[in-house]
Design a protein around this ligand. Structure first.
Ligand code: DGI
Ligand code: FE
Ligand code: FE
Length: 188
């Protein structure tokens, strides 16, 4: 699917703010894919659709998680996590995206997962550092992303886990598993 068609499908699903974020993620993902050797067209498409389900009603997301037999543990955690797997499902069902790598990058863009693919990493990091993001620590991760993908990713994950802990929020297992997996595999 070409960029313009994908954007036309996604735009009405999002607020203007979230659409601008999506464009930022798209540009950043394309840059990261070029730099680190991921497929640029897949990065573009996954970025455009990554927040596709962000504004679906909670009840609709819960129903999809149940009916599609997604991990039931999702329902025990913050509903903010749901739009990622539900987005992958709807991008396939409603927009006909059938590339498994693209769908997985959408599915795991919020939590990460054990053994993230290069495309998963590009989308996770692009979501974190796109130019519209402003939070403590983001500039440090932006700088690291110019040097080393895995180091930047670990820093983004650390920040996210610490942020959740500071707010006494539970941390989803995939989030911890993604962090452990990448730290164990990057020789740190
Ligand atoms: O959708 P975006 O806002 O662009 O970004 P995102 O998909 O990374 O979602 C971020 C939200 O998800 C943020 O409110 C924190 C929450 N989140 C991320 N990982 C976890 C989490 N919430 C819980 N409870 N546990 C997690 O592991
Ligand atoms: Fe998201
Ligand atoms: Fe996002």
């Amino acid at each position: 699917m070409e960029r313009e068609q994908a954007l036309q499908i996604v735009k009405p699903q999002l607020t203007e703010h979230r659409y601008q974020h999506t464009l930022g993620v798209m540009e950043t993902a394309i840059k990261l894919a070029g730099k680190y050797g991921a497929d640029i067209k897949k990065a573009e498409l996954a970025a455009i659709f990554h927040d596709y389900a962000k504004f679906r009603p909670k009840d609709e997301m819960r129903q999809i998680i149940e009916e599609q037999k997604m991990p039931a543990i999702l329902l025990e955690f913050n509903s903010e996590l749901w739009h990622a797997p539900v987005g992958a499902y709807l991008a396939e069902k409603e927009a006909g995206i059938d590339d498994k790598e693209v769908l997985d990058a959408i599915r795991y863009h919020t939590s990460g997962r054990i053994g993230m693919s290069l495309l998963d990493k590009v989308i996770y990091l692009a979501d974190y550092i796109e130019p519209g993001r402003h939070f403590p620590g983001v500039d440090e991760v932006r700088k690291m992303a110019e040097e080393d993908l895995d180091s930047a990713l670990v820093q983004a994950m650390k920040n996210t886990i610490q942020f959740l802990m500071k707010k006494n929020q539970p941390v989803f297992p995939d989030t911890f598993n993604a962090y452990n997996s990448i730290v164990q595999n990057s020789g740190g």
